[in-house]
Ligand binder design. Structure first.
Ligand SMILES: Cc1ncc(C[n+]2csc(CCOP(=O)(O)OP(=O)(O)O)c2C)c(N)n1
Length: 532
């Protein structure tokens, strides 16, 4: 009869979860005993890095990723990253060790007393199997739930004495040998009605969201926009963890602003707004106004029932984004509407001392090969990255939709592990880099050839901008003097350098991108919001 461990690892194998992201403790060691050769264990030194790496890996592979944390304190440390994974619709199977069953009731040290409550409310499902024999089915259930829409993190707590218990082989085989597919298309009559509504509109617009990329619907989105001659906007940046439409396409207009009033103003003149693969909308700062311009109606297509239900306006269709877009495309004839005006190219970067983020971003655009991927967490220049780089390939841009810092650096390591053939650059603020800084060590330890570009402005620049917006004066804690990120990276074993000379940045980036080891370049930039 197989043990729980054998059955669990067979399940992980059959679900393609052979890379485990973890940070172990005494309660996790029994799971890792006789670690099979066909598995990789990616060690993170702190749980924000562990879960962030798994998040990037899961998004880049499109499959559930396996995480192993150390009982209550490990899960506690990971909470910010689990929050991000939920916002990113990232399918993670998070496991944690637990005291032996015989010592849980008397609460021996490290007992996770209310294990299932700890990761709430950021997981879709949280469970501690009642018997050791139930662990394989619980893990199977977890993997399927994580991958079903809306994708997201799930949690299973496993007592440490469960792993050597024998299980019924036929039950284990049934638990392992099953597939669950949750991609459901929209009802054909709904699709037909939507195609007619789109065809009848005089000036419709498409808003492209992150789940277009995640569901593989990029080509269908482009084809629909071209066939129906739609101007295309990107869903606002805070919620737009991925890019759903090529941003150098002549029909692409802009990234929508994330506040109610300005967003509605940006949609002025469109009688129908079709939002695909996003909530409507991921608002952030509160700037009151109309939800939609006068005379505008809205339809959102999302695989997330909650996104559909909580939208404050419009109609919603809950269905797989790719299947629905493809069906809508098939039902939509060629339109003879006038094509929208293409947006102008980015303004030339101005000269300043220190240089502005725009100069560095242009240098990165020049150095990054076509198949490059950017992972972005540089709050005051996120829009400059979007508006200047104009990323135009699928699965090439990752951003933490939840807004919890620590995603960028860690996710970039995970994305690079998932995509060893594509160069990955993490563009990160020196403040943001600190939240999962230990991911640098993991990049070195696992020979992950990531390039990190640190924009150093010696402050929490975006918070100074927010302070102005909110009318807050005299707030402490917004300056970051003497934070030497290149020195920290050197201590973690990276090849790291500070490059402030604008002429040298492109060259340094090209060299780092083409090298086969992790490298970090820190560059001094001027403070302040950089929009484009
Ligand atoms: C976990 C977490 N803590 C705090 C914040 C609040 N926060 C948002 S942006 C920011 C500053 C980021 O600084 P930096 O990376 O240097 O970028 P800059 O604003 O200077 O561009 C902070 C602290 C957050 N988003 N997440």
């Amino acid at each position: 009869m197989p043990t729980v461990r054998q059955a669990a690892f067979d399940l992980f194998r059959s679900e393609g979860m052979t890379t485990i992201f973890g940070n172990p403790g005494s309660t996790e060691l029994p799971m890792l005993a006789d670690f099979p050769e066909d598995f990789d264990y990616v060690l993170g030194l702190q749980e924000a890095a562990v879960v962030g790496m798994a998040d990037g890996y899961a998004q880049a592979t499109g499959r559930p990723a396996l995480v192993n944390l150390h009982t209550a304190p490990g899960v506690g440390n990971a909470m910010g990253a689990i929050f991000n994974a939920q916002a990113n619709h990232s399918p993670l199977v998070i496991t944690a060790g637990q005291q032996v069953r015989a010592q849980m009731t008397l609460q021996a040290n490290l007992t996770n007393r209310d294990a299932v409550l700890v990761p709430q409310p950021f997981v879709k499902w949280s469970y501690e199997p009642p018997r050791a024999e139930d662990v394989p089915l619980a893990l199977s259930r977890a993997a399927h739930l994580a991958a079903l829409p809306p994708r997201g993190p799930v949690f299973v707590s496993v007592p440490m004495d469960d792993w050597d218990i024998e299980v019924d082989g036929t039950y284990a085989t049934h638990a392992i040998d099953r597939s669950v597919d949750g991609r459901a298309g929209a009802a054909p009559d709904l699709v037909q009605a939507l195609a007619e509504r789109l065809g009848d509109a005089s000036n419709p617009a498409l808003v492209a969201g992150a789940d277009i990329d995640a569901s593989g619907a990029w080509d269908a989105a482009v084809a629909l926009a071209e066939r129906q001659r739609l101007p295309v906007f990107a869903s606002p940046a805070p919620g737009g963890g991925r890019i759903g439409f090529p941003e150098s396409h002549p029909q692409f207009q802009s990234v929508l602003p994330p506040a109610i009033g300005p967003l509605a103003e940006a949609l002025e003149g469109h009688d129908l707004v079709l939002v695909i693969g996003s909530s409507a909308f991921p608002y952030y700062p509160y700037i009151a106004g109309r939800l939609l311009p006068e005379g505008t109606s809205l339809v959102v297509v999302t695989s997330d029932p909650d996104e559909a239900a909580r939208a404050p306006m419009g109609d919603a269709i809950v269905a797989d984004v790719r299947l629905t877009l493809e069906a809508l495309l098939a039902a939509s004839p060629e339109s003879d509407r006038a094509l929208p005006e293409p947006r102008p190219g980015p303004e030339p970067a101005g000269e300043s001392d220190p240089i502005g983020p725009a100069t560095v971003i242009d240098a990165l655009s020049g150095a990054l090969p076509d198949n490059g991927i950017v992972v972005v967490e540089t709050p005051s220049s996120t829009l400059a990255v979007r508006n200047r780089m104009r990323v135009s390939r699928p699965s090439s841009y990752f951003f933490g939709a939840g807004g919890g810092l620590g995603f960028g650096l860690a996710a970039a390591v995970g994305v690079q592990i998932a995509e060893p053939q594509r160069p990955v650059v993490c563009v990160v603020g020196e403040g943001s880099a600190q939240y999962a800084i230990t991911a640098l060590w993991s990049a070195v330890a696992h020979a992950v050839p990531l390039t990190v570009l640190v924009l150093r402005n010696d402050e929490y620049s975006i918070l100074k901008w927010f302070a102005q917006m909110e009318g807050v004066q005299g707030a402490p804690g917004l300056d970051l003097p003497a934070l030497e990120t290149a020195d920290i990276a050197t201590a973690y074993g990276l090849s790291a350098q500070r490059v402030d000379d604008p002429a040298g940045i492109g060259e340094a980036l090209a060299a780092a991108i083409s090298s086969d080891r992790p490298e970090l370049i820190e560059t001094r930039v001027s403070a302040g919001m950089a929009m484009g």
